[in-house]
Write a protein that binds this ligand. Sequence first.
Ligand code: ADP
Length: 256
Amino acid sequence: WLSVTGGFSSPTASDCYFSGIIMDITEQKQSDLRRSKFIGMVSHELKTPLTALKAYVQMLNNWAKKQKDNFTIGALSKVDKQVKKMLNMINSLLNLSGAEAGKIHLKKEVFRLDSLINEVVEETLFITSTHHIVINPRHTVNVNADREKIEQVLVNLLSNAAKYSDKTAEIEIGCVLHDNNVEVRVRDQGLGIAAADIQKLFLPHYRVESKETEKIAGFGIGLYLCAEIINRHNGKIWAESEPGKGSTFKFTLPLK
Ligand code: ADP
């Protein structure tokens, strides 16, 4: 692997010079890959006990419901929320290590995109508690895609919409059918994003630096992963925004 940094300069019209550095970055690439592999392994190991924990919470919840024990039901609901948040983070880390190693494997199947949107809205309402999410427009649409990965894209976009806007503001999600593809939109009335940042949002580890965003925790990998997943499906993803008024994130998936 070679990395070339530098630039051309032209002291006279006829002469052209290149000044720069040529580096062997094999070492760096290999250590990046080792890091990715390590993150992948650790995330995988963490996922197994968390999945078991989630199942036990579910079991206890069923038991508490039978006993009509509202205190336990309330406490378990809080545990469940945190476990779901952790599982979402672990899934992002797993996908990050896969994406960095150049391999996002798709397990495609035909499924109802509108049903998946309903499920993700329910889950986001549960995890973020107070946001008002409206599904509009609603269309019945079948897609041939990786359900789990598209779910992750929807979870990322909806949780960002909730994270970067006021708890009482409305969020809208919907899908529109075109001739060759379906377009999904997630609109919020939050902070908005400046034009200069919009180009860079989908780069790995990119976060907008501002007084408002510095108080909000994040790794800057969610949108990068969304873009990797949508690109692997031959779709497109982009954002439109008016600073101070809100943002709309859109992606397309091809229809057969
Ligand atoms: P994270 O939210 O963990 O920082 P993301 O990759 O999901 O990482 O987002 C990258 C950046 O894009 C965020 O740090 C934030 O500055 C900006 N961003 C994403 N979604 C929104 C949104 N709905 N409204 C305003 N800014 C957003």
